[in-house]
Ligand binder design. Structure first.
Ligand SMILES: Cc1cc2nc3c(=O)[nH]c(=O)nc-3n(C[C@H](O)[C@H](O)[C@H](O)COP(=O)(O)OP(=O)(O)OC[C@H]3O[C@@H](n4cnc5c(N)ncnc54)[C@H](O)[C@@H]3O)c2cc1C
Length: 373
């Protein structure tokens, strides 16, 4: 894509005649979202476009939550504190507005919020994330910080001997299973430290544990699971949990006392923008929304199949480059390059800033040539 200039600075082009728009000397970039993609875009835009753009952040919650650390909370590894979005926005010189993007009117260059307010934009970036939904009936779904306390209660039950057979299930369609392996490995460690007779199993449709990172990384994770006596059932879809049985396909049901599953991720379509069958927004490699001028999307909201924070940030960077170039910054916008990096928390030193036996992995999904450890 060649980044187009924000011609919407001319009021005649958009059809808007408001005095405010006519007075604007810089394009207004409206970023809908307050997660990884939105914040990365705001930071990158300010760095690349400097004072050439006005920034506004629109999000329905006043705080940013760093979800990857939610897995350590139940093990006493600290609390995930929400960071004030107004403060983060102000650090990038952006205005923060509380509200949910409900609809876009591309021809008018305005968005409508769920509360009915209208906000003008010259360029819109949609970074409103996806919807976590339960993927396995009867299982406890771990979605992030909101479920840390409930998982802590589950651990207390394991420690008290209320049950001992725990299955960790990756539902079909989950492309970022890493948090489930972290929970399984840390639960195994929790059991070892207390001398519990816990019986732990991971059930996953993957061909091998964390197969997305390639053979070498996957073998290292498999060895770690074996060392901690966690059984792994690969190539298996967990379907539902009832009466002490996990129904799976293919194969016989598995006995379990409790089942912990990751959430499946559904799209959350925005009226006025295109979306695929599952509700995700299709974009080109610079993040521009298919068929809609001056509207971009980044992160879990897009149709890119792997839903992961590092990739969300890389998409946001590609969008920021395209917008900064359009605003007159001297740079050649680079397309989104999907390099997947992971840090697997395994529970050796839960209170340390970076656990001693955390495993780092990296793979370039555009070449898909395996992972580095
Ligand atoms: C338990 C768990 C652990 C994870 N661990 C990792 C990890 O270790 N590494 C990693 O890279 N990824 C991890 N992920 C995935 C990662 O959290 C997501 O891929 C990432 O947060 C996506 O970023 P995003 O900005 O697209 O969406 P989100 O982070 O979901 O942010 C969406 C933002 O948009 C806001 N919003 C929602 N609706 C609207 C609306 N209508 N209008 C405006 N704003 C709206 C939300 O309030 C939120 O601020 C993990 C996920 C989970 C659940």
């Amino acid at each position: 894509m060649s980044a187009s200039r924000p011609t919407s600075m001319s009021p005649a082009r958009s059809g808007l005649t408001s005095a405010a728009k006519a007075r604007r000397t810089r394009p207004r970039i409206l970023i809908a979202g307050g997660g990884v993609a939105a914040l990365e875009a705001a930071l990158a835009l300010r760095a690349l476009a400097e004072e050439r753009v006005e920034l506004e952040l629109l999000a329905p919650e006043p705080q940013f939550w760093y979800r990857p650390l939610a897995v350590v909370e139940p093990f006493g590894g600290g609390r995930v504190h929400g960071l004030e979005l107004a403060e983060l926005a102000s650090a990038t010189g952006a205005q923060f507005t509380l509200g949910a993007l409900a609809a876009v009117e591309p021809a008018e260059h305005i968005v409508r919020t769920a509360a009915g307010a209208e906000i003008e934009y010259d360029i819109l970036l949609v970074a409103s994330g996806a919807r976590p939904v339960a993927g396995i009936d009867g299982a406890f779904t771990f979605r992030g910080p909101a479920d840390s306390d409930a998982f802590g209660k589950l651990l207390a039950g394991l420690a008290a001997g209320t049950f001992k057979c725990l299955v960790f299930a990756v539902p079909g369609g989950v492309t970022w299973p890493l948090p489930l392996y972290e929970l399984a490995l840390m639960t195994a460690r929790f059991g070892e430290e207390r001398g519990l007779a816990a019986d732990l199993t991971v059930v996953t449709p993957e061909d091998a544990p964390l197969a997305i990172f390639g053979a070498e990384a996957s073998a290292a994770v498999a060895a770690m699971l074996e060392q901690r006596a966690v059984t792994v059932l690969t190539g298996t879809y967990p379907l539902r949990f009832a009466e002490g049985q996990v129904e799976v396909a293919p194969g016989e049901a598995i006995a379990a006392d409790r089942v912990v599953a990751l959430a499946q991720i559904d799209g959350a379509p925005i009226s006025g923008l295109p979306h695929d069958r599952r509700g995700f927004i299709p974009t080109n490699e610079h993040g521009r929304v298919d068929g809609v001028d001056e509207v971009y999307a980044a992160g879990d909201v897009t149709a890119f199949p792997v839903k992961q924070g590092g990739l969300a940030a890389a998409q946001a960077d590609a969008v920021a480059e395209a917008i900064a170039a359009a605003a007159g910054a001297d740079l050649e916008p680079q397309p989104f390059r999907p390099v997947l990096r992971g840090l697997l928390l395994t529970g050796a030193a839960l209170t340390a800033a970076e656990p001693a036996d955390a495993v780092r992995v990296k793979v370039d999904l555009s070449s898909a040539n395996g992972g580095d450890l």
